[in-house]
Design a protein around this ligand. Structure first.
Ligand code: G6P
Length: 371
C-alpha cells in the first residue's frame, strides 16, 4: 500500500533512500572504542577461525556481486585465499572443501534454495558455514554454524539495493574480524577503514542528494537498447551490478565488463552513441586509474557516450566524460558503496519511464525457493 511505501512510488526508491541507515545499522555496536571488532552472533571460536585456510563465498544474483567485492578486501586483510562462486555451480563441481574451509553464504532473504543446498552440501563435507543474512531466523542462518546479520531492515522490492550495500559492509566486518583474530598486521589499516566506514553513510547520502543528475540522464537515454558498464578491481563487480539492475528492471541488454578485458572482446561492441558507464578507481590507485582513463579515451574515440563515475578532484577524466558523476573521496575498497548508488537510481528511473513495474519485474521473484 501507499502507506507502507512511506510516500514513495516504489519500494525500491524507498529502499535506495534507506541505504545510509542500512549501512550505519549494520556497523552499529560492532566496533568498540577499544578499537576491536565485536561480532556477537559469531558462534565460531577464535581457535576455529584461526584454523581456516580457505574461504569460499557462495551466493546468487546481487549477493554474489557483494561476494566478489568482498574477495578483494578479505584476501588483502587476512591473506587467506578466498574464492567466490555462484551457489548453483558450487555443489555440482566436486569442490575441494574440508574442516578448514570457511564457507560464507550471502543471502538477503536467507531462503534462496540454491544457496541453502550449497551450504547443506558444504556442511556434509565438514566445512564450517557462516552466513551473512538480512532476515532473522530464516533457513540459511538457522542451518549455519555462525551468522552475521545485516541490519538493513526488510527489503521488499525484488531488485536488491540496501541488501547489497549492507552485505558488503558485513563481509568487510568479517574480513577485519578474521584479520584481528589471526593477528595479521593491519592494525592501522583496520582503524582507518573503520573510521572511513563510519563516515560512509554521509557519502551515500550525498549520492542520493545528487540523484537528479542521474534521473535526467535516464530520461535522455530512454530509447537506448543496450548499455555497457566497465570497472576494475572492486569497480568490476559494481559494473556487473549496474548491468544486472538494468536487465532486471528495464529489460535492456546490459553487460558489465572488467575494463582490462575491453581489448579482448567488448570493444567490438562499441558503436556510435552506445552509453558506457565507467567506474574510475580513486587516483590513489594511480596505475588502475591511468589505465581506465585511457580505456575511456579509447571507447569515446569510437563513438561511445561516456558516463564516468570518478572521485572529487579527479580531473584527468574531464576531457573524455560526456557525463561526469562525482563520487566522494573514499578508500578504494569502499568505493562500491558509493558508486553503486547512481547505477541503482538510473535503472530504477529508466524502468519507471518505460512503464515497468519497478518493484516486481516480470518473471522474477524476491526469493527463489526452487533450484
Ligand atoms: C533473486 C532476487 C535478487 C537477489 C537474489 C539472491 O534473484 O531477485 O535481487 O539478489 O535472488 O537473493 P538472496 O535473498 O539470496 O540474497
Amino acid at each position: 500500500s501507499a502507506a507502507e511505501k512511506g510516500g514513495y512510488d516504489w519500494f525500491m526508491l524507498k529502499e535506495i533512500d534507506e541505504q545510509p541507515q542500512a549501512v550505519a545499522e549494520t556497523l552499529l555496536g560492532r566496533y568498540g572504542r577499544s578499537g576491536r571488532l565485536q561480532l556477537d552472533e559469531m558462534r565460531l571460536s577464535d581457535d576455529e577461525l584461526r584454523d581456516v585456510d580457505k574461504i569460499i563465498i557462495i551466493a546468487c544474483g546481487t549477493a554474489s556481486y557483494a561476494g566478489l567485492v568482498a574477495k578483494y578486501a578479505i584476501e588483502h586483510w587476512t591473506r587467506i585465499p578466498c574464492e567466490v562462486e555462484l551457489a548453483s555451480e558450487f555443489r555440482y563441481r566436486d569442490p575441494i572443501i574440508d574442516r578448514s574451509t570457511l564457507v560464507v553464504a550471502i543471502s538477503q532473504s536467507g531462503e534462496t534454495m540454491d544457496t541453502l543446498m550449497a551450504i547443506r552440501y558444504a556442511r556434509q563435507q565438514r566445512a564450517r558455514v557462516l552466513s551473512i543474512c538480512n532476515t532473522n531466523g530464516s533457513t540459511i542462518p538457522r542451518e549455519s554454524d555462525a551468522v552475521i546479520y545485516t541490519h538493513a531492515g526488510p527489503e521488499v522490492a525484488v531488485a536488491s539495493t540496501k541488501g547489497f550495500l549492507s552485505q558488503i559492509v558485513a563481509c568487510y566486518l568479517l574480513g577485519l574480524y578474521l584479520a584481528q583474530v589471526r593477528g595479521v598486521k593491519y592494525g592501522d589499516e583496520i582503524d582507518a577503514i573503520m573510521a572511513a566506514l563510519e563516515k560512509l553513510p554521509a557519502g551515500i547520502q550525498r549520492m542520493l542528494d545528487e540523484g537528479e543528475q542521474v534521473r535526467k540522464l535516464a530520461a535522455e537515454l530512454v530509447d537506448t537498447r543496450s548499455v555497457l558498464f566497465l570497472g576494475r578491481h572492486v569497480g568490476y563487480p559494481v559494473a556487473l551490478e549496474g548491468a544486472l539492475k538494468l536487465k532486471e528492471l528495464a529489460y535492456l541488454h546490459a553487460e558489465g565488463f572488467a575494463a582490462g578485458e575491453l581489448k579482448h572482446g567488448p570493444i567490438a561492441l562499441i558503436e556510435d552513441g552506445i552509453p558506457v558507464f565507467v567506474v574510475v578507481p580513486p587516483k590513489a590507485r594511480d596505475q588502475l586509474q591511468e589505465k581506465i582513463v585511457s580505456n575511456i579515451q579509447e571507447i569515446r574515440a569510437r563513438g561511445a557516450l561516456t558516463i564516468v563515475l570518478a572521485e572529487d578532484g579527479d580531473d584527468d577524466v574531464v576531457p573524455y566524460a560526456d557525463h561526469l558523476i562525482r563520487l566522494p573521496k573514499v578508500p578504494t575498497l569502499l568505493q562500491p558503496l558509493v558508486a553503486t548508488v547512481p547505477l541503482q537510481i538510473f535503472a530504477c528511473e529508466l524502468a519507471g519511464l518505460l512503464g515497468h513495474d519497478v518493484d516486481q519485474p516480470r518473471n522474477l521473484a524476491k526469493s527463489v525457493t526452487v533450484e
